[in-house]
Design a protein around this ligand. Structure first.
Ligand SMILES: [Zn+2]
Length: 167
């Protein structure tokens, strides 16, 4: 079982909870799907995903940016995940900050990029989502192909891709 560190030390409080939740929920999905990689918080030796924010990423686009260095077999050596400073969502009452669930989906999407899935497909790794605002931020969802997240869901093709990389 490979362990990949997720270094959140460069993030402020706004993203910490969402990133921790993404780590926890992705680990559950990986285990359930027999994908042999575990995300662990902290940084030391070994492959590490370093997460920071980047003010050039639009706050109304629900995505981040990931650059990963991988071995010939596609295994992660190191990755830099950049997240928007703040995510905003349109509601009938105007633009407001997106809920924790939306932040979790964005972070988890970038973590899967970091783990080796380059191309977009569907579910968590969709290219674009429809933003669904809840009555409160806690109810905000990202929707694609009739599926609303959270909860996180990996497409079968993503499971196959990650299994091919991580065993
Ligand atoms: Zn993406």
């Amino acid at each position: 079982m490979a362990t990949v560190k997720v270094d959140l030390s460069g993030l402020d409080a706004y993203w910490i909870k969402a990133c921790k939740r993404a780590v926890t929920d992705l680990n559950v999905l990986f285990k359930k799907s027999d994908i042999n990689v575990v995300l662990a918080l902290g940084s030391s030796t070994g492959p590490t995903i370093t997460v920071t924010t980047d003010s050039t990423i639009s706050g109304t686009a629900v995505h981040g940016r990931t650059a990963a260095t991988t071995s010939d077999s596609g295994q992660l050596q190191s990755a830099e995940v950049k997240l928007p400073v703040e995510v905003r969502i349109n509601t009938p009452g105007g633009l407001r900050g997106a809920g924790l669930g939306v932040l979790e989906v964005i972070a988890a999407h970038e973590f899967v990029h970091a783990l080796g899935q380059v191309k977009h497909n569907s579910h968590l790794m969709a290219q674009t989502w429809t933003k669904l605002s809840g009555d409160t931020p806690a109810g905000d969802k990202l929707q694609e192909g009739g599926l609303s997240m959270p909860p996180l869901a990996l497409a079968p093709e993503s499971v196959e891709k990650l299994k091919a990389i991580w065993g």
